[in-house]
Write a protein of this length. Sequence first.
Length: 339
Amino acid sequence: KMREEEKETDSYDEDDDTTTEMQRWLENTWNSIKKSKGAEGLERMQTMIDVLCEKEQVVFHTPRQRPYSFYLPGLKAQPFHDTSLFDFVNVLEANHPSILLELKKHLDPTTTTTSSSSSSSSSSSSSSSSSSSSSSSSSSSSSSSSSTQVDQEKGFQEYRGDGSANDKGTMVGNGQWKLKYMYHNFIRDEDNCNQFPETTKILDSLGDQILRGMLCFSSITPETHILPHYGPSNMRLTCHLGLVGCSDVDVIVGGQTRQYQDGKCIIFDDSFRHEVIHKGNQKRVTLMLDLWHPDVSLKERHAFEELMHCAMSCLDIDYFFHSLHVYRKYERLEERIII
């Protein structure tokens, strides 16, 4: 087992020239940003950059927390965060009905804004429950078999990763995980946003707590297992607003387990080792967005945003993240301890 782990670690050494080139770009770009903003208040960011450029060695203080790209020292490290400490949560939860309705209308344009047709259908179904039961079973099976087609037609797609090429196609053990992106790698998808005008208006009103690196609808089918993995940075937290089908879906973060709930938000630090297990029987859909860790200062946020915008303006973002794989080396070496 040790030899296998060492082999996996050594495989990253093949890209040493690429890493050195990227580290040189990172250091030069960071020095320019620091000069324009002033070094005061950016000491933690400097440490993070020095680690990525391999001038310092990373020191992780919390078991099971191993972000693979950007680790800012000194942030409060805990798997789950109290949603009551975030003002925007009340806005999202209060707007759950309208966000869910807009999603349903997108997936099925015949959806109406009233429940009259639903209750009429319910009473009709109660008068012929036995025939509807077999029909329901057949319909469920048909729906399950065509879910991929429906998702593709409506613009849902496979998880595209947080930038690292290593994320793509490796995240799902069983089942399906599909997403409808409104932001990805800090880039707004205007077409998708225009398809959800009400939801986009709500999200745009949330202010600067929202990072807008990734913002999407996230859909997983029953029996899906999103495999244990780490997010790219401890500077961000992940929020899910449960929309529909959240019963019996566990999210396990840093060894702690919580369940999603329809109409409720859950906030966790995805730089901790985390996974999702769907034990229910209905497709689960959430609104997923990332937000700033509250301990990241305003100056640090602005400096990091400028760094990301510089990277996107002149680099392939996959290339950028994949080249800065310093933390992944540590992750491989310590994985046997974490597990």
